[in-house]
Write a protein that binds this ligand. Sequence first.
Ligand code: SF4
Length: 330
Amino acid sequence: MADPAKKTVFSGIRPTGPAHLGNFAGAMRNWLALQDKYNCFYSIVTWHALSSEYQNSKVIKGYTYEMALDLLSIGLDPARCVIFVQSEVKEHAELHLLLSMVTPLPWVERVPTFKDMQKEMADKDLNTYGYLGYPVLQTADILLYKGEIVPVGEDQAAHLELAREICRRFNRLIGEVFPEPQMLLTETPRLAGTDGRKMSKSFGNAIYLKDAPETIRAKIATMVTDTRRQRRSDPGEPADCPVFTLHAAFVEKPRREELARGCRTAGIGCLECKGVVIERLLELLGSYWEKRAEFEKKPSRIWEILDEGNRRARRVAEATMEDVRAALGF
Ligand code: SF4
């Protein structure tokens, strides 16, 4: 049962492969922090994954399982939040359709990430009606649960602004159904992958949560650093070092500042500096690996948890759609 004293949070994550450190630092870690403070609806957004993976749709079910396994293994507790699969709650599609009727076309065309994502995923044809409507589907995701708080990084702020505009327009033109969702700006550090580019599954440069400790060691040990540090005695600049993006996300500030000073004065070598973040990650992921090993003994448990989450989400979604249909006069 949802606690009426708590506000409702909605957030979604795309199942496009196992979760990597960038997903953890950017979204999953925030989800953990919010699960006790709010009534949280966390969705594995299969239809959003389909908008870019439609030519490879058969992998999405497996990735949904992987994502649920990752979310539960980092410590999300299905007794304290609702974890569910977007495409198992058909009301998302109905509300998406209805919201698309009231959304002016220029509003979606101006969303900056539309063009950015097309560039980033240049190997995929994202010039589709479905991909253009992605932010409208995101709006439906939030409003379906009467979401009041949406955790977003700065790069997603434009999407939420659009959701708020669509919400206001629906309430004004059709009827007051939805609370206007508020933005909870969260830290979403941009992590570099092993080759120095943004960490991404599609670049093949990601460090995954499920990687074994020796894989994590090996990936970071061979990761590119600031090119100024050709020799141990050459000073470097952490701001130009891909490895240091990991320190920025995972190493405590005093230790991080000490390492930055050591880099700039050539007081420490890259090996030592990398060693600090490796140990920190192994410590951080210890309980994740333990929980994951437990779940892997009984994979059916993951689907049972999702089924229960789908049921809980559906109950709320059905009630909202009754309000929406009444407001429409249907
Ligand atoms: S010392 Fe650390 S921050 Fe400096 S270049 Fe090496 S790995 Fe990067």
